[in-house]
Design a protein. Structure first.
Ligand code: AKG
Ligand code: FE2
Length: 359
């Protein structure tokens, strides 16, 4: 695919199998979005309305190449982080970090559930708060390895956050909302639930298609995802069938979260997805993902905005409870905890997907 940055990570992995049904994600180019190319901007709105998932090709501009190259370096960092003994990772256990708020830090395998039956998730992850990385808050407990790599994390966060703002600005214009509406709810130096997440799912072996992460929609605004092996699946609109999203070198996978559904009165889509053990020969490999989650600032209320195309969206007579962004994240993030698991907590932690009629 042309100018793909060199990456040893791809070269050493078995290929994604050719015979599988894959989701028809459109590829947008960051270089064209940066130029405010009208056709690319229109395509962005279309993707955001129809599937809520698209590829973002990063190869045609300096910031894109930097983001991609930082992601490859962070892959090495996350491998080193997860390879540490559990006792060392416990320094940043999510039950103790930030006074035990339970959201940031290391989540060990099995400490959250995937469904209302209480099936444990089959991955571990490490959630690193944007506000910690950019110095907006008191530093959180972290292993020295992570602290030593704050410059790399910072470079990634500043770039990912900036490209997120660009996409929000373009969507804001396309939706004809008052200028700045979306961008001003996602400022870098305001406290928010933005974070970098490392995810590791141990190999389960060929022929095993166990689910490793719950079916879900993302809670926030925009997700910038890097993965190297298959396993991510989406449910296409109007269908219950799950189809794979093929990882493409040089591209990030972008998806919209529940906040965008709320802000747009349902015009934009936050699509259901889940993760399985990778397909074909990839099943013998440990699967890593790297994610930047952009979310509304903590005190933003998750409700529809006024103006532009949002006005044309049907209004429901049902009065829905309103949450601030922070309350929404805690409700959704902590419902699936394994300790003290109750099916109703898991059900209550679900997002906008429950309200959607097309799936
Ligand atoms: O690992 C992946 O490919 C997807 C992860 C994901 O959906 C998430 O962390 O919200
Ligand atoms: Fe997700």
């Amino acid at each position: 695919m042309g100018d793909v940055p060199a990456s040893p990570a791809w070269a050493s992995l078995p290929p994604f199998p050719d015979h599988l049904t894959t989701a028809p994600l459109v590829t947008l180019h960051l270089s064209k979005l940066q130029e405010h190319d009208p056709a690319e901007q229109a395509a962005l709105l279309k993707c955001a309305k129809e599937l809520g998932f698209f590829y973002l090709n990063l190869t045609g501009c300096t910031e894109g190449k930097q983001l991609f190259s930082d992601a490859q370096q962070l892959l090495d960092l996350e491998k080193r982080f997860f390879a540490m003994p559990d006792e060392e990772k416990a320094i940043c256990d999510r039950d103790t970090v930030e006074g035990g708020s339970g959201y940031y830090g290391w989540k060990k395998i099995g400490s959250a559930v995937m469904d209302s039956k209480g099936t444990p998730e089959r991955h571990e992850n490490y959630t690193i708060k944007k506000d910690d990385i950019v110095g907006n808050c008191t530093p959180l407990a972290a292993p020295q390895l992570i602290k030593d790599n704050f410059p790399l994390l910072r470079s990634f966060v500043l770039n990912a956050q900036k490209q997120g703002i660009l996409m929000l600005q373009l969507l804001n214009e396309s939706l004809q909302l008052p200028p700045g509406s979306l961008e001003n709810m996602h400022r870098l130096h305001a406290l928010s639930g933005d974070h970098v997440r490392f995810i590791r799912a141990p190999a389960r072996g060929e022929g095993n298609s166990d689910q490793t992460a719950a079916e879900h929609t993302d809670f926030g605004s925009l997700t910038i995802l890097f993965n190297w092996l298959g396993g991510l699946q989406v449910q296409l609109p109007g269908s219950k069938e799950w189809v794979y999203v093929r990882p493409i070198p040089g591209c990030a996978i972008i998806n919209l979260g529940d906040a965008m559904v709320k802000f747009s009165g349902g015009l934009l889509r936050s699509n259901m997805h889940r993760v399985l053990n990778p397909p074909g020969k990839q099943a013998n490999e440990t699967r890593y993902s790297l994610v930047y989650f952009s979310r509304p600032e903590d005190d933003v209320v998750m409700r529809r905005l006024e103006g532009g195309l949002v006005e044309q969206q049907p209004k429901s007579d049902v009065v829905e409870p309103e949450y601030t962004s922070k309350e929404w994240i805690l409700r959704r993030g902590l419902g699936p905890k394994t300790s003290g698991f109750k099916p109703e907590n898991w059900i209550n932690s679900r997002g906008t997907e429950g309200a959607r009629s097309t799936v």
